[in-house]
Design a protein around this ligand. Structure first.
Ligand SMILES: Nc1ncnc2c1ncn2[C@@H]1O[C@H](COP(=O)(O)OP(=O)(O)O)[C@@H](O)[C@H]1O
Ligand SMILES: [Mg+2]
Length: 422
């Protein structure tokens, strides 16, 4: 199983729309459950015209099992049962305080419930922005899928802050307790832990000229502490951190470069680290059909399937028609326009990727966009290098256990011998 949270810096960027269509697209081949975790807005049930018997309210307040709260699409939306591997868990109908503001116990119950779901993919439509409720459902080592839109620059800035918060959450956890660290680094003492945490605070606050990013922090502790294992440990955590993003309401490479890619990469590199790996999974164009699907409460992916099926005959399009359908002519035009002289290597790399996607048929119709993103997700979720999606939602304790176990498998980290004490 892979659990993939879909998050965004701000609301209104199309998170629910994307999460829903993405889950539906995955469900054509894999058992997929979509959960509306944006409790308090209950937007999913407004976008999906399926009869809900039980929802998160029943799980959280009435002791129902989570699998009893699954809603399939049903005959009305899916008469051919082609989306039979899809089901969703709706948020409660009304605003209920302790369903919106989970207590620790409720959160743990939900985490365990999600971990026990029998499915290939669980897609979480989480609240926009970052707070205590959201962060515990996000992976420690990546961002799940972060949704951006060139239409909302402020959401991009918030998204880079979210990325920072997720990574810092992991690092804080690693350095949180001298007792835990001592199990792996016997020479470390309370003062060391205190100092690490103070330095991390300074980096996160972003006001110290000498400590702008985690890269500065690494250089500093490298000087302070002779035990190289410590620096390796941190490097390991940062260099394995990945961000996966999708551009929604995409309409040109230039616009996305200026309002999303450039500010995002620059912010992450300057305030977090230039070791963070950033992956673009693709984009969804701004589309009237997608917009209409929200109004009609029939998701685009479903409407599109049934529209196609209705068409009596589909002529095989000639190669040249296909090229224009996939937007290759447009791609050539855009390629000339993009100015890359003054952007960093990573920005160039991201823009090149966008162009490659264009050339490889990520195209400019939303159905092709979605299948491109779905195919890429399926392929990277099989990869050993990528850590896309979570096998389960880890609690802090589980994460630390896993982290230090994996750390031991790295010879550079496990064999350092010098003492940490100065
Ligand atoms: N690619 C798109 N093209 C056109 N309209 C879109 C697209 N994605 C989302 N929308 C529209 O944007 C609005 C907000 O989408 P929604 O999914 O509710 O956002 P969020 O969950 O981020 O608040 C909806 O009206 C939706 O139809
Ligand atoms: Mg939403």
């Amino acid at each position: 199983m892979r659990i993939i949270p879909v998050s965004s810096g701000k609301g209104g960027v199309g998170k629910t729309t994307f999460a829903m269509n993405y889950a539906l697209a995955l469900s054509r081949t894999h058992k997929t459950v979509l959960i509306d975790m944006d409790t308090g807005t209950s937007s999913l049930r407004n976008c999906l015209d399926a009869p809900v018997q039980k929802d998160l309210y029943h799980f959280l307040k009435k002791n129902a099992r989570l699998d009893e709260c699954l809603t399939p699409l049903g005959q009305k939306l899916d008469p051919d049962s082609v989306f039979r591997k899809f089901s969703f868990i709706a948020a409660p109908k009304n605003f209920i305080y302790d369903v919106v503001n989970f207590s620790k116990d409720v959160k743990l119950r939900l985490i365990n419930g999600i971990n026990d779901i029998d499915a290939d993919f669980v897609i979480l439509d989480v609240k926009a922005g970052i707070d205590y409720n959201v962060i515990e459902f996000l992976p420690f080592t990546n961002t799940g899928i972060l949704l951006f839109t060139p239409k909302n620059k402020a959401a991009t800035v918030t998204a880079s802050e979210m990325t920072k918060a997720i990574l810092f959450r992991m690092i804080r956890l690693i350095f949180q307790s001298t007792e835990v660290l001592n199990r792996h680094f016997p020479n470390i003492n309370e003062n060391d832990t205190k100092l690490f945490n103070e330095l991390i605070d300074l980096v996160e606050d972003g006001y110290d000229e000498q400590l702008k990013s985690l890269d500065d922090f690494l250089l500093m502790i490298e000087d302070e502490f002779p035990d190289k294992r410590f620096v390796h440990l941190l490097r390991h955590a940062i260099e394995h951190f990945r961000v996966y993003f999708v551009l929604n309401m995409f309409d040109s490479i230039e616009e996305s470069t200026d309002t999303v890619i450039k500010p995002f990469v620059e912010n992450i590199y300057s305030t977090v680290s230039d070791k963070v790996i950033i992956h673009n999974l693709g984009w969804i164009v701004r589309s009237e059909e997608i917009y209409r699907s929200t109004v009609d409460a029939v998701p685009f992916e479903i409407a599109n399937y049934y529209r196609k099926r209705k068409a009596e005959k589909r002529k095989k399009r000639k190669d040249s028609d296909l090229r224009s359908l996939l937007g290759l002519e447009r791609a050539k035009k855009h390629r000339k326009k993009v100015k890359t002289e003054n952007t960093s290597e990573e920005i160039n790399h991201q823009v090149d990727l966008l162009k490659k996607m264009y050339m490889n048929g990520a195209g400019n119709d939303p159905a092709t966009n979605l299948s491109f993103i779905t195919d890429r997700s399926l392929s990277i979720s099989q990869s050993m290098v990528h850590r896309f999606g979570m096998r389960k939602i880890y609690t802090n304790e589980h994460f630390l256990e896993k982290f230090f176990t994996e750390m031991k498998q790295h010879p550079e980290i496990s064999t350092g011998s010098k003492s940490l004490s100065r």
